[in-house]
Design a binder for this molecule. Structure first.
Ligand code: PMP
Ligand code: GLN
Length: 384
């Protein structure tokens, strides 16, 4: 039987590789991005209540309507945008699925998609599965800013989409007002669409603001904006999220969604509706997580790792240039097996071999976990 892989270059994601290695060597896992502290008990209690109350059948294919209404109110409060819950919001089984569905709804063979490297590892296989071609622009090391002149050079008549991710995984970079101005100028008068991955919208630090595509009517008019409840409420295993898009784009998105998933886990949608109606459930998140980032930074000062700036997300990158000349993947593996701490090599988020000797650490952890990890790092690689 003849069989040709549609994704011949895809192996096992770095998250699975590093988490398995961490488990095998009983290392402290600051690699894969997931919290190790419990979520607020009120939310799982609401899920339990919803199940007991009989919310156990399919909900609407676009998502439980009251949840979409609560989300529309949140979007109005935070981003001053009028987003119609009937026509512009769809609940999805996670942010990754929302991103995949958006690509699938609009990309055709021959289309080009601008992707900034380093990039979250699902984007490129998703684009390629749809027959489109990723066109890479590397962020400027070490602050990982976008060079818009370079973006302009990569635009062709085939450019169909630009993928944005702010706050950015793996670097913690966030879009600035200058970035938004450059983006608006670049796409004005074109048919270029935007895919904006904003799963870390509530995790922004250093006094910065999250500049969502939802704030700018001209950008929202051409955007699929993707979110994840897992990141907001410390329940990454729930795999629930949503996509916001203007009605014409959302109509196409729903054609993909209705025959791929149809509808998502009902009890959690009912629970989230009640939980979300109190804005403090998400307004306090940045402060809560920034404390962890600051604490982790203070601890890491006792090691030979050099911090790079992080303005958002679960992550902070550190250079190990003072420690080793090894490639990041080899160094990350050795750190796991020999020092007992797992991190993610940032080189795994590039497809062109770029390796600036940087590791990504996840600080969305209990203080004890961060202390334990840094004690191990300090023992092996103390500050000079
Ligand atoms: N985008 C980015 C940048 C992420 O870090 C994640 C993390 N998992 C996702 C999308 C996917 O979110 P979800 O787990 O809801 O699919
Ligand atoms: N988003 C998480 C991270 O970046 C992992 C998600 C996954 O394992 N696919 O670490």
């Amino acid at each position: 039987m003849m069989f040709t892989s549609k994704l011949p270059n895809v192996g096992t994601t770095i998250f699975t590789v590093m988490s398995a290695l961490a488990a095998e060597h009983k290392a402290v896992n600051l690699g894969q991005g997931f919290p190790d502290f419990p979520m607020e008990p009120a939310l799982p209690e609401l899920v339990h209540r919803a199940m007991l109350d009989g919310w156990n059948q399919y909900t609407h294919t676009n998502g439980y309507a009251p949840l979409r209404e609560v989300l529309a109110k949140k979007i109005k409060l935070l981003y001053q945008a009028e987003v119609h819950p009937e026509t512009m919001i769809t609940i999805t089984p996670g942010g990754t699925y929302a991103i995949y569905s958006a690509f699938t709804a609009v990309l055709r063979p021959g289309d080009e998609v601008i992707v900034f490297q380093p990039c979250y590892d699902s984007y490129v296989p998703n684009i390629e599965l749809n027959g489109a071609t990723p066109v890479f622009v590397n962020l400027e090391f070490p602050d990982y800013r976008i060079n818009w002149e370079k973006v302009k050079e990569k635009i062709t008549p085939r450019t169909r989409m630009i993928v944005l991710n702010s706050p950015h995984n793996p670097t913690g970079a966030v879009l600035s007002a200058e970035d938004i101005a450059a983006l608006r100028e670049l796409v004005a008068g074109t048919d270029i669409l935007l895919l904006s991955d904003e799963v870390y919208e509530h995790l922004v630090y250093n006094g910065k603001q999250h500049l969502s595509m939802l704030r700018y009517p001209d950008l929202l008019a051409r955007a699929f904006v993707c979110f994840s409840f897992g990141k907001v409420f410390h329940c990454t295993g729930w795999k629930l999220g949503y996509c916001v898009a203007p009605p014409d784009l959302m109509r196409e998105f729903r054609k993909v969604h209705q025959f791929n998933c149809f509808s998502c886990f009902s009890p959690a949608q009912v629970a989230l509706t009640a939980y979300f109606s109190d804005p403090w459930t998400y307004l306090g998140l940045s402060g809560f997580m920034e404390q962890k980032k600051i604490y982790f930074g203070q601890l890491m000062a006792a090691t030979a790792f050099t911090p790079l700036a992080s303005h958002g997300s679960y992550f902070q990158c550190f250079s190990y240039e003072n420690i080793s000349k090894e490639p990041a993947i080899a160094f990350a593996k050795r750190l796991t097996t020999e020092a007992g701490v797992a991190a993610i090599p940032v080189s795994a988020f590039y497809l062109d071999g770029t390796d600036d000797r940087v590791l990504r650490f996840c600080f969305a952890k209990k203080e004890e976990t961060l202390e334990q990890a840094v004690a191990l790092l300090q023992k092996k690689f103390p500050a000079h």
